[in-house]
Design a protein around this ligand. Structure first.
Ligand code: XMP
Length: 607
C-alpha cells in the first residue's frame, strides 16, 4: 500500500527523530532526510518539517543545505532552528539572543488550523540561544511566549504565511513537555498538508521483520542481553523473526549491576522461554580493571563499551560462535546522544556506540532491531509481542549500569570559574529564599542541543517544592557553567564541600548498590515504582562541611516518556524520611540530596 509521507530534515537537533516518531504515531509515514540530500529526495512528500540544530542560525551556521530546498512547493513547518531558517529565508531577521530554556506559555493570537482543538494559552518547551526578531513580507505572528522564569515576553514564537504554506514554531512541539505538541504536529500534517493517516505499528513491525530476515540471511545472532526492557524486547523480536535456534543470548555481569540483578535477569529470561540459549559470564574483574584510575565520564563510558566488546568476543570464541552477528537492544536516543546522526553533538557516548562497534556496524556485523524506536514504542511493541508487564515496565537501566552513577575524583577541587559562579548562584538562589553552594565537581548535561559538562549547585532551605523547581530552572538557565541543581536533604545547611579521592572500586559500587536498593524498595513500598519513569541513585565523591569525611548520595527521580526530556519528581515526606534514615545511616555516606533539574539542562544520568 502506498502511504502518504512527511520528510523530516535532520539538522542535527537532539529531537529530529522524535519529530518523525510523532508523525508516525499520527498514522502518517515519516522519513528522515539530511539537509544536503538532493532535491529529488524531497519529492512526493505531503509536507516537510525542518528540525532544530546545535548550529546558530543568527551566525549563518549550517545554512549551506541543498539549494532550493526552502523554495519547494510543499507545505513546511520549521521547529526552533528550522523556524529561524524559514523566517530568515523569507526576509525576516534572526538575532543571537532571546534565549529560553524549559517550559513557557504560548499565547495564541490567531485562530488558525495549526492550533485546532487547543486553548488560548498552551504550555510549550524551549531550548534556544537565537530568536526571530522581525518577520518578512506575507508572514504574521501566530503566537508569543511568556517564560516561567519571569523574563519578558518573547515575540514570534509561532509564525506563518498561509499563502506560502510556511510555518515556524520557536518551541519544540515534538517533545512531551509541549503539552499539546502532538496535536500541533498533527494539525500541520493532517490539516495543512492534507495527509491521510494509514501507517500503523503493525505495518512498521512487519517491515522490520522482513528487514531482519534480509539482513541476517542464513547467519545467526549473539545478543548482549542485560535484561532491561530494550534487550528483552530485542531478544523476543529476533526470536520471532529468525527462530530461537539462531539467537544466542549473553548476559554479562559487569560489576556495575544493581543488587541481585544478574540472578533476577537469568530467571526473567527463563520465564520468557529464552533460557535455552542464554549464556552468563561474570566479567566484573575485566570492567573494574578497565576503569581503574579513570575519572572523566567519557573515558569511563568508552572503557565500558570497549570491555563489552572484548568480553563478547571472548565468550563467542569460547562457545565457538565467532561468526555470529552482534545483536544489541540499541534504541534511538542511544544513537542521537552519541552524536550518531550526522550533525548531532556528542552528549554522551552510549556503551553500544563506541568506535569499535561503529566499525562493526559499517561492516554489517551488528543487528539492532529497535534502533529506530523510542522506549515508549519499544514497550508498545513488547506488548503486541505478549511480553509480561513486569518485564516491560521495569525502570530503564543504562548499559554501563551504576558506572555512570558512581562519580570518580582525584580529590582535587574543580573551582576554576568559582569567582563568577559563586556570587551569581548565591544571588539567584536568594531570590527564592534558598542558600546555594556551588559544588567543586562537574556532571554532564545538555543545553541547546550541546553537551554541557558543568557544575551542580546544592540548594538548602525550607521553601515549597514548586519554588525549588523555579529556582533550579532560573539558576541553570541564567548562569552559564551551571547545569544542575540539587536540594539538600541532610540536616545541616552545608556551606563548604570538598571532593574526596574515589575511583570505580568494588567497595564504592557496593555502597551505591545498597543505597540504590533502599530507593527501589522504598518506591515499591510506597506504590510509586510504576508512577516514576526512572530513579537513578548517584554516588558523588564530595564531603559536605569542614573537616567532614564520607560521600554524598543524590536521588534522581524523574518522569519522562522518551528520555529526551525529563521532569523531576517530588517524593512524599514519609518516603524521604525513610531514605534519610536509611541512606545517611550507611557507613561512608554523610550527605543526601535530591536532583531538582529538568532535562535539559541536566541529563537523567549524571555522566
Ligand atoms: P541521559 O542521561 O542521557 O539518559 O538523559 C537518557 C536515558 O538513556 C539511558 N542511558 C543509557 N542507556 N546505554 C544505555 O543503554 C547508555 O550508555 C546509556 N546512557 C544513558 C538513561 O538511563 C536514561 O534512561
Amino acid at each position: 500500500m502506498q502511504h502518504d509521507s512527511i520528510a523530516v530534515v535532520d539538522f542535527g537537533g537532539q529531537y529530529a527523530h522524535l519529530i518523525a516518531t510523532k508523525v508516525r504515531r499520527i498514522g502518517v509515514h515519516a522519513v528522515i532526510r539530511q539537509p544536503e540530500d538532493p532535491l529529488e529526495l524531497f519529492e512526493g512528500h505531503k509536507g516537510i518539517i525542518l528540525s532544530g540544530s546545535p548550529a546558530l542560525s543568527s551566525h549563518g551556521e549550517d545554512g549551506d543545505y541543498t539549494a532550493g530546498l526552502l523554495d519547494r512547493d510543499t507545505p513546511m513547518l520549521g521547529l526552533c532552528f528550522g523556524h529561524q531558517e524559514i523566517a530568515k529565508h523569507y526576509g525576516g531577521e534572526v538575532v543571537h539572543g532571546g534565549r529560553e530554556w524549559g517550559k513557557a506559555d504560548l499565547h495564541i493570537v490567531k485562530d488558525h488550523p495549526l492550533f485546532k482543538g487547543l486553548g488560548p494559552v498552551e504550555q510549550v518547551w524551549m531550548s534556544h540561544f537565537d530568536s526571530v526578531s522581525a518577520l518578512g513580507e506575507g508572514f504574521e505572528e501566530l503566537g508569543y511566549t511568556t517564560s516561567h522564569d519571569g523574563s519578558p515576553d518573547h515575540r514570534f514564537a509561532a509564525i506563518g504565511s498561509d499563502s506560502l504554506k510556511r510555518y515556524g514554531f520557536q518551541y519544540h512541539a515534538e517533545v512531551d513537555d509541549t503539552t499539546n505538541g502532538d496535536q500541533m504536529i498533527g494539525n500541520f500534517v493532517l490539516e495543512i498538508c492534507g495527509a491521510t493517516p494509514s501507517w500503523t505499528m503493525e505495518a512498521f513491525m512487519e517491515e522490520e521483520r522482513e528487514k531482519l530476515r534480509a539482513q541476517v540471511g542464513d547467519e545467526s545472532v549473539f545478543l548482549l542481553a542485560s535484561g532491561g526492557v530494550d534487550s528483552t524486547v530485542a531478544a523476543v523480536v529476533l526470536k520471532e523473526a529468525l527462530g530461537s535456534d539462531r539467537v544466542n543470548l549473553l548476559h554479562v555481569d559487569n560489576g556495575m549491576m544493581r543488587k541481585d540483578e544478574s540472578a533476577n535477569v537469568l530467571k526473567l529470561f527463563e520465564r520468557l522461554g529464552l533460557g535455552e540459549h542464554l549464556n552468563f559470564v561474570d566479567a566484573s574483574d575485566d570492567f573494574l580493571k578497565a576503569l581503574e584510575g579513570l575519572v572523566e565520564p567519557e573515558a569511563k563510558r568508552i572503557a565500558i563499551g570497549k570491555t563489552f566488546v572484548e568480553v563478547f568476543a571472548r565468550e563467542a570464541k569460547r562457545l565457538g560462535i565467532e561468526d555470529h552477528l552482534l545483536g544489541q537492544g540499541t534504541i534511538y536516543p542511544d544513537t542521537v546522544e552519541t552524536g550518531g546522526t550526522r550533525r548531532a553533538d556528542t552528549i554522551k557516548t552510549h556503551h553500544n556506540r563506541v568506535d569499535v562497534i561503529e566499525r562493526m556496524i559499517e561492516e554489517g556485523k551488528v543487528v539492532e532491531p529497535l534502533a529506530e524506536l523510542y522506549k515508549v514504542e519499544v514497550r508498545e511493541l513488547g506488548e503486541t509481542l505478549g511480553i509480561a508487564h513486569e518485564a516491560l515496565w521495569r525502570h530503564p537501566f543504562p548499559g554501563p549500569g551504576l558506572g555512570v552513577r558512581c562519580l570518580c575524583s582525584t580529590g582535587e577541587p574543580d573551582t576554576e570559574d568559582f569567582d563568577r559562579l559563586v556570587p551569581a548562584a548565591t544571588e539567584a538562589a536568594a531570590k527564592f529564599g534558598l542558600e546555594a553552594l556551588v559544588l567543586p565537581i562537574k556532571s554532564v548535561g545538555v543545553k541547546a542541543d550541546l553537551r554541557a559538562y558543568e557544575h551542580p549547585v546544592l540548594l538548602s532551605g525550607d521553601v515549597p517544592w514548586e519554588t525549588v523547581l523555579k529556582a533550579a530552572s532560573s539558576i541553570t538557565a541564567g548562569i552559564l557553567g551551571i547545569n544542575r541543581c540539587i536540594l539538600n536533604l541532610g540536616p545541616e545547611h552545608p556551606t563548604v564541600a570538598h571532593p574526596v579521592e574515589g575511583y570505580m572500586t568494588r567497595e564504592r559500587l557496593d555502597l551505591l548498590r545498597e543505597a540504590d536498593h533502599m530507593v527501589m524498595e522504598g518506591l515499591r513500598r510506597h506504590g510509586l515504582y510504576d508512577e516514576i519513569w526512572q530513579c537513578p541513585t548517584v554516588l558523588v565523591p564530595l564531603a559536605l562541611g569542614d573537616g567532614e569525611e564520607g560521600e554524598m548520595v543524590v536521588l534522581r527521580p524523574i518522569r519522562s516518556q522518551r528520555a529526551m526530556t525529563a521532569t523531576p519528581v517530588r517524593f512524599p515526606d514519609a518516603l524521604l524520611g525513610e531514605l534519610r534514615e536509611g541512606i545517611l545511616g550507611l557507613e561512608g555516606v554523610t550527605g543526601l540530596a535530591i536532583d531538582v533539574t529538568s532535562k535539559p539542562p541536566g541529563t537523567i544520568e549524571w555522566e
